[in-house]
Design a binder for this molecule. Structure first.
Ligand SMILES: Nc1ncnc2c1ncn2[C@@H]1O[C@H](COP(=O)(O)OP(=O)(O)OP(=O)(O)O)[C@@H](O)[C@H]1O
Length: 785
């Protein structure tokens, strides 16, 4: 197993274990793991190893008076705020961290006051947490930060990873009284960040989770009447707009990790601008309001936009040139290494780098970033295989996969403490990239890849979202490195060259410009807003907007004048994509809600129900024959789910697991689907819908209901008897070989999704009578673009 070389191949003197005897290890493949050459890191300043700011810019810190981010390319320095200072802050020593406020340097005093606020700092654990809070770089600027936020409606806060933004700012707001009696919402793009941060901040406040501090994510909420700080996904806050369009419960909204520019973040920052104008009595933007005071002006709102890797000026401009605060410094340094050569096989490179760390480096857990579940599972297998063959005197290895499809309880395992004499290795997608602190992580291995959702609109006519493996951005690379060095010094090994890093895009294109807008357009319609008229930071394409409106029209969610219909409002009430919500509503008419909710729950889960391993496709098909339904994959899902429930009713957990394995069924999906189903049934009950109606043996009722939602995903058999032509769209498609209808000749189909391999395949397919299609042809004619 050849070693991976980092940097210029110089000796290990650059790393902590200089001089340490490096060992060789026999691998199962009888190749050798050689000493890693953690060579000269990419950029060195005063012995501190640093990256380049993802914007290629750096906050002004030297009192030059230059406003905000400087446009010329300079090194951005991770500084250990407690000791060395980077070159460009020399001679500018502050009694604490220097924070630049729109180019005007401001010296922040080290806070001498009480950081405890409302917490009960009695126990030693609590005292320890308070001590940790005081050591964070941001603590040194607490008073000035509070002053700035108190005096402005909107603040953009840029601070390095680990400086303390996400955990501390909400507490400062609470402790200083800025938040008044309202709730402080802190949005996160990902649920794992929202839940883990809430737990940490509750501990820092000395309260139990759900008391003063709570969280809200899709299908899960821990909140009580005393809650004042609420960590939540951006999607949940967007959803709250439907019932409370001015977000009156909240006195402060903190939009964290705004650089990710998820669709929901963009919707939120756009809506917040309108809300500010209404709630702040027309005094937003400062001094320019016409005094159109809103009835709610007694309940003003503050907005804080935060990130470590943000184009702060762009956000400031969007909010009428609001203030930008820069928090400088991080508590612990991170040394960054790039490979000397580019790596063709990033999974293999990650494997070798992991063992180089394991063999040569001091204790400390490892976090490996990979693009997706498949790579994670394959690397997990290899690491465990090799780890089992380590000499007995070596530390054991414990692997911990981490991706969105894992149930929350399994994701939470990454936060559990590592057993003694063991090195934990977390294999994660970018869900672990921002915001979170995973205790024990000392080393990060970054493959430089991620999966990105793209809306492929033109190739297929109707368009669909595809997940593609792509290079990450500089911003992501910085965030990944920032997961190390949170409790102590850290190291980041990038499996790409420094040139490759330099060539990366600064940040990814906002999601609003690359994904389907149907769901967003519907939510906006519910708020009486038109997606085409909104003042977005980056406007979506006209074609994407038209495609979204067209979809809503076909779902009967909007009328000819593009106004929302009653059906559209009902669709928005479900935590589902509009097409699936539409199928549920149709099932009410067709009296088969029980089955349709089962199907929709499985389709809304984060991973697939049926394993599709190409080598074992035939064996899987054979075993699954018993679930097979003549109408296709959707009713097959119902059969599989019901069989699982029969087994679950009588068998032990282990037996259930084994049963799923033998049927090639993903138990994770089943468990998640059952949770989603409970939520959907509860939503039905709230809306007065009887979800117990069943199709019995009349599966046509089910396909008819699904057709209503999948109307744009319908296709007609071609004369060749094999291919299908999209009814709405231009593509010619085939049924996926994994489908129960793969070898069937049916006149027309509906499908869940399209996948590209050597052909365009429809996956999740059911047969429909041709007669269903007559209905849409009239609708197509009536669509006025
Ligand atoms: N769960 C935790 N366990 C241990 N330490 C923690 C935990 N959460 C936060 N910390 C400590 O608090 C520091 C600041 O965390 P915080 O999330 O507030 O930083 P941040 O500036 O928001 O970083 P990022 O930009 O990466 O989100 C961490 O570097 C770590 O030292």
């Amino acid at each position: 197993m050849p070693a991976i070389h980092f940097g210029d191949g110089s000796t290990a003197k650059n790393v902590e274990q200089a001089g340490q005897q490096h060992r060789r290890l026999s691998s199962p493949a009888s190749s050798k793991l050689q000493r890693m050459s953690p060579a000269s890191p990419s950029v060195t300043m005063n012995g501190k190893i640093n990256g380049v700011h993802p914007n290629g810019r750096q906050p002004a810190v030297n009192g030059s008076g230059k406003a905000g981010l400087q446009s010329r390319k300079r090194k951005h320095v991770y500084m250990d705020a407690s000791d060395d200072e980077p070159a460009d802050t020399k001679g500018h020593k502050a009694n604490g961290v220097t924070i630049n406020v729109n180019g005007r340097d401001q010296q922040f005093r080290r806070n001498s006051g009480n950081l405890n606020g409302t917490s009960s700092a009695g126990s030693s654990k609590s005292r320890e947490l308070q001590e940790q809070r005081k050591q964070l770089p941001i603590a040194q600027g607490r008073e000035a930060l509070i002053e700035q936020i108190a005096n402005h409606h909107v603040t953009v806060l840029l601070g390095e990873t680990g400086s303390g933004k996400t955990t501390q700012v909400p507490q400062y707001l609470l402790e200083s009284g800025i938040a008044g009696s309202g709730i402080i919402a802190v949005t996160q793009p990902r649920r794992v960040a929202a839940t883990s941060l809430a737990a940490r901040v509750a501990a820092e406040q000395g309260t139990t989770l759900g008391g003063l501090v709570g969280y809200s994510v899709r299908f899960d909420e821990v909140a009580g009447p005393d809650m004042r700080i609420k960590y939540m996904t951006d999607g949940m806050l967007v959803r709250e707009l439907l019932s409370d369009p001015l977000l009156t419960r909240y006195s402060v909204v903190v939009v964290d990790e705004a650089h990710e520019r998820t669709l929901r973040t963009d919707l939120l920052i756009t809506k917040l601008k309108t809300i500010l104008k209404k709630r702040n009595g027309g005094i937003f933007p400062e001094g320019k309001g016409k005094g159109k005071a809103a009835a709610t002006s007694g309940n003003p709102l503050k907005v804080i936009i935060m990130s470590a890797t943000l184009d702060a000026e762009k956000f400031s401009k969007f909010y009428n040139n609001c203030k930008i605060l820069y928090v400088k410094g991080r508590q612990h340094s991170v040394k960054i290494y790039h490979t000397a050569e580019s790596q063709v096989d990033y999974v293999d490179a990650a494997l070798r780098t992991f063992f180089q760390i394991h063999v040569d480096h001091p204790p400390g857990d490892v976090l490996i970033f990979l693009p997706g579940q498949e790579d994670i599972e394959s690397l997990d297998k290899s690491i465990r295989l090799y780890a089992n063959r380590l000499p007995v005197d070596k530390m054991a290895v414990m692997t911990c996969p981490m991706f969105a499809a894992l149930p929350p309880a399994q994701q939470a395992k990454i936060f559990q403490s590592t057993p003694t004499n063991t090195r934990k290795c977390i294999l994660a997608t970018n869900i672990a990239e921002t915001s979170i602190t995973i205790p024990g992580i000392k080393y990060v291995i970054d493959t430089g890849k991620h999966k990105e959702k793209l809306h492929l609109a033109h190739d297929t006519g109707s368009g669909f979202d595809a997940l593609l493996t792509r290079d990450i951005t500089k911003s992501s690379a910085m965030q990944r490195a920032g997961r190390a060095g949170r409790e102590d010094k850290g190291y980041c090994f990038r499996l790409y060259t420094e040139e490759a890093f330099e060539a990366m895009a600064v940040s990814s294109e906002p999601e609003i410009r690359r994904t389907s807008l149907t769901s967003a357009a519907l939510q906006l319609k519910c708020l009486d807003e038109d997606i085409e008229d909104l003042d977005f930071m980056d406007r979506p394409d006209v074609e994407s907007i038209m495609s979204a409106l067209k979809s809503l029209w076909f779902l009967n969610a909007i009328d000819k004048s593009r106004r929302i219909t009653d059906a559209g409002r009902s669709m928005a009430a479900f935590p589902l994509e509009p097409n699936l919500a539409s199928a549920v509503l149709e099932s009410v008419k067709n009296t088969c809600t029980l089955e349709v909710i089962d199907i929709v729950s499985v389709l809304s889960s984060t991973s697939k129900l049926f394993f599709d391993i190409s080598d074992e496709r035939e064996a899987a098909a054979e075993v699954r024959r018993k679930f097979r339904h003549r109408s296709g994959d959707h009713m097959t899902i119902v059969n599989a789910l019901r069989s699982y429930q029969d087994v679950a009713a009588t068998e032990s957990k282990a037996a259930r697991k084994e049963w799923c394995r033998k049927q090639y069924l993903n138990e994770r999906t089943l468990l998640e689907a059952i949770k989603i189903r409970d939520q959907l049934r509860a939503t039905c009950e709230k809306m007065g819908i009887d979800w117990r109606t069943s199709a019995q043996d009349d599966e046509k009722l089910v396909t008819k209901s699904l057709f209503r939602g999948l109307v744009l995903h319908s296709a007609l058999l071609q004369p060749d008897g094999i291919t299908f032509k999209q009814v709405y769209g231009r593509s010619v498609i085939k049924i996926h070989p994994g489908s129960t209808l793969a070898d069937q000749k049916v006149p027309a189909i509906i499908y869940d999704e399209l996948v590209y391999t050597n052909h365009i395949y429809a996956r999740g397919v059911s047969a429909i009578p041709k007669a269903f299609l007559a209905e849409i042809s009239i609708q197509i004619k009536n669509w006025v673009a």
